[in-house]
Design a protein around this ligand. Structure first.
Ligand SMILES: *[C@@H]1O[C@H](CO)[C@@H](O)[C@H](O)[C@H]1NC(C)=O
Ligand SMILES: *[C@@H]1O[C@H](CO)[C@@H](O)[C@H](O)[C@H]1NC(C)=O
Ligand SMILES: *[C@@H]1O[C@H](CO)[C@@H](O)[C@H](O)[C@H]1NC(C)=O
Length: 572
């Protein structure tokens, strides 16, 4: 289904089928079933394990007969591979490609649900000598599948490593390496577009973080809420290193004129143990000069169960929630294979090599850590509960009046609802009672039992429309100080109690995704949570207090809408 959608997108079909397709599409997370090990369970047991864990999509690194047969009649979707060793033959000989497609793919259909073929794997890095043969091999394999009537059912791609992209930070500067951009990537992208396929890239934020844990925030690597990183060229904020890498890839595609092609994520993952070995093949090429580090110097090692669990569950949850857009491509899809199904003892140089520790499962089929392919693993933190106390009209006027007098006589601030004062309008008993009850409730720190008034009041968790605040003030960012100082302030606010969850991707105040909008949001949250205490809206001069709703600021209209609505929520 996902592939059909891409096909429609790429062929530029009419709007209606495209929309139908998008709404019908479910994103999917799979696993890489690598077998570079001598202690793995047999394929039939693996199929059972996958089913028990709700895993419906698998990538393998060959077309092993026993594996392909084990997946028959399971409904599990498979991406198979023509290995690098066979790539030269497939490039030079259409009849070799045809024979391979018949024997290794078509022979297993339809019982085994092969939906994609990767031609080689990270060829530029692992077999640079084959680089000129890559697109010819893809072309021959695709033509062979088309001959068999499988052009729509099975897409051909080739997983690249992220080393194909250079200048990857800021993301908008991403481009393909000079030696491959014109000779290989341009014809490859043309091929992918022509055949309704997609670029496949293996992204490992883990390696970038492991190389520079002092420069890259751990939460940014993991996809946890964090203050974000600015692309100073576009003004877009990034909250996940994975998205920054995805956008660097999109930017590289854009530079070759392929602005509508999808980038499919081949694989991603994070090590749960092990020491990195120098010269690891996944070592990032690009310098990651990012602006934020956690800065406490006590970060746990990059390869840890906690990190792998958080990273992979965040990826899974993100894909399943459909929040797969990136700052540069808000509509981008993301299907992904988690690397890898098992810890593989034949990878790397020994059991303490991180390469041998990417598995979700140990070879004995025990989980290395908790994860959930239905999206239930480590849910994102709930926003801080805020609440308001409102009057219940149905208890009747006399009851309300008695309760109102009680509240005003026991510490509620009722000055503002006196005739002529700022919250006198609307002059109804219900509005005045709500004002007084809420004042009492807030002044008592929203303690249990302080919003009751014998049943005349109840608690709500959304700010009621028209709530009057006599002393409203807001803290807003000053764009003129520049992004560096805004980011410093933003990082400080988010690390010191501001609610920054609403400005994470997919959250209500993510758009507009600009530094000044996000800084205003965070500054104001910090200010309100500190009860507008003096000195809590400064951020080294990056912020100032305003007494009118910030609609008059140099904020765009959407920004105003979010700021306005959300800033009001933060009052008191
Ligand atoms: C409002 O009061 C009525 C009458 O006492 C009661 O039935 C109702 O549950 C109350 N509503 C809320 C939201 O508490
Ligand atoms: C308020 O009451 C609820 C349930 O009655 C309880 O779970 C909660 O801990 C209480 N909160 C406080 C601050 O006492
Ligand atoms: C408004 O400000 C005054 C003076 O600082 C204070 O006494 C009053 O409690 C404030 N009211 C609210 C609702 O914050």
């Amino acid at each position: 289904m996902a592939l059909t959608c891409r096909l429609v997108l790429l062929l530029g079909a009419a709007t209606l089928p495209l929309l139908l397709c998008l709404t019908a599409e479910a994103r999917e997370v799979g696993v890489n079933y690598g077998r570079v090990a001598n202690d793995l369970p047999d394929p039939a047991a693996v199929v059972q394990l996958l089913r028990e864990n709700g895993i419906t999509m698998v990538r393998i690194y060959d077309t092993n007969d026993a594996v392909l047969r084990s997946f028959a009649n399971t409904g599990i979707k498979l991406m198979v591979m023509l290995p690098n060793e066979n790539l030269a033959d497939a490039a030079r000989s259409p009849s070799y490609a045809a024979d391979w497609a018949r024997r290794s793919v078509a022979a297993y259909l339809p019982a085994t649900r092969i939906h994609a073929v990767s031609v080689g794997n990270e060829v530029f890095d692992s077999r640079p000598d084959l680089t000129p043969l890559l697109v010819p091999a893809m072309t021959n394999v695709q033509a062979a599948l088309a001959q068999l009537g499988l052009a729509d059912a099975i897409k051909v791609s080739t997983p690249l490593s992220f080393a194909a992209v250079t200048d990857s930070f800021p993301p908008s500067r991403g481009r393909f390496r000079d030696d491959i951009a014109q000779p290989v990537m341009r014809p490859m992208l043309e091929f992918l577009k022509r055949t309704g396929s997609y670029l496949t890239i293996n992204l490992y934020p883990y390696f970038a973080y492991a190389a520079q844990p002092d420069k890259i925030s751990r939460d940014y690597f993991l996809g946890n809420p964090n203050p974000g990183v600015l692309d100073q060229d576009t003004g877009l904020m990034y909250y996940s290193l994975l998205d920054a890498q995805r956008d660097a890839t999109f930017a590289a595609m854009d530079k070759l004129g392929f602005t509508s092609l999808q980038a499919f994520q081949g694989e991603t993952g994070s090590a749960s143990a092990g020491r990195p070995k120098p010269g690891s093949p996944h070592k990032p090429h690009a310098p990651w000069e990012l602006a934020v580090g956690d800065g406490d110097g006590v970060d746990p090692p990059a390869a840890s169960k906690a990190n792998a669990q958080a990273y992979n569950n965040n990826v899974i949850n993100r894909v399943l929630s459909g929040r797969t857009g990136t700052p540069l491509r808000p509509d981008a899809d993301m299907d992904v294979y988690i690397f890898a199904l098992f810890n593989e003892n034949g990878k790397g140089s020994g059991p303490d090599d991180i390469e041998a520790n990417f598995g979700l499962f140990y070879p004995n089929m025990q989980k290395v850590y908790e994860f959930d392919f239905s999206g239930g693993g480590s849910p994102p933190p709930a926003p801080a509960a805020e609440s308001w106390c409102v009057a219940n009209a149905s208890v009747g006027d006399s009851w309300l009046q008695a309760a109102l007098e009680y509240a005003c006589g026991h510490g509620a601030d009722c000055g503002a609802i006196q005739p002529g004062a700022v919250c006198f309008e609307p002059d109804t008993r219900l509005a005045h009672a709500s004002y007084a009850f809420n004042s009492y409730y807030q002044r008592n720190g929203r303690a249990n039992g302080t919003c009751d008034f014998n049943g005349a009041a109840y608690i709500v968790y959304q700010e009621p429309a028209g709530t009057c605040d006599p002393n409203a003030s807001w803290c807003v960012a000053n764009a003129a100080v520049g992004d560096k100082r805004l980011l410093d302030g933003l990082s400080y606010a988010c690390a010191n109690g501001a609610d920054c969850s609403a400005i994470q991707p997919g959250a209500p105040c993510f758009e507009p995704n600009t530094m000044v909008a996000h800084a205003s949001y965070a500054f104001n949250s910090y200010y309100q949570r500190n009860h507008r205490a003096s000195g809590t809206c400064d951020f080294a001069g990056a912020a100032s207090v305003v007494y009118q709703a910030p609609s008059e600021f140099t904020l765009s209209s959407t920004e105003t809408a979010c700021s306005h609505q959300r800033l009001r929520l933060k009052k008191r």
